[in-house]
Design a protein around this ligand. Sequence first.
Ligand code: SF4
Length: 321
Amino acid sequence: MACPHQCVFCNQQKISGTINAPKPAEIKEIINKYLSTLNKNIETEIAFFGGSFTGIPIKLQEEYLIEAHKFIKSGKVNSIRVSTRPDYIDENILQILKKYGVKTIELGAQSTDNYVLNKSGRGHNFEAIKNSAILIKSFGFELGLQMMIGLPGDTREKSIQTALDIVALGADNTRIYPTLVVKDTELEKLYITGKYVPLQINEAVSITKELINIFHKNNIKVLRVGLHPSEELTPENSFIAGPIHNSFKELVLTDIWKDILTEKLNNFMPSEYKFVVNSNQINYAVGYKKSNIKYFYSKGFKLKFFGKLEIPLFEIHDCNN
Ligand code: SF4
């Protein structure tokens, strides 16, 4: 809803997988349906995503927010988040979002490079991202700044600069999406005529790895890496080209752990070693399809991992048991 549809990579309807947004009167039922599937004590959030929430008419925004706010008041839901474009933020809008208990605002920044923004048809510049981010923070909201890699005119260096700018703008969280060529978009035409070359999967993994390292060092939570695989994004439907992979995040984290292990084992003699890592990281330390285990085995290291939830994300501890 409310989207000018000018970004070269986006066919909003195909990506969001739904053509009709639910009406305000329908969302109570939707939220209750989802709440019934969740345990009572977990943190819950209502998210207005898949478009530019603050671009829809103010009256309609309020109708949605009134419904969502009822769940906050009753304590059934903890918070609300919305996603929008950087140029759809002003003081009036932020006052409304505050009034109805919105906690987090995510902006699709995509890039902080004006050339890339322009080539991607975003319709806003870095200045707009900066101004909105500053305003959002000054109102006390949590700020999310989403970014994309492999956009037209983009380079590894520009993506890294975007991540550094996201850090400098004080974002609390981010999402990283590799650019995909989707059917019926401007990017499809550029791709067909050879004017746009998508990233290879290994390039996308390697750039994303660098970005995650930057965000991790600066305590910025990476909420998502890559698009959710959906039925719509298949070659039979709207996927045309680009670095798509069902386990994209796993590939990136496997690579991060390969680096961590390489550094750790640098002065170790080939042998059998046991390490403790964060419980949620064991699969990544082991690697996608056990690739890290196999790789280090080929170098003479037989590795075994144990998990502990208290261990920070990318730390590795020696196991003395
Ligand atoms: S990326 Fe966002 S702003 Fe651009 S066309 Fe798609 S929904 Fe609209």
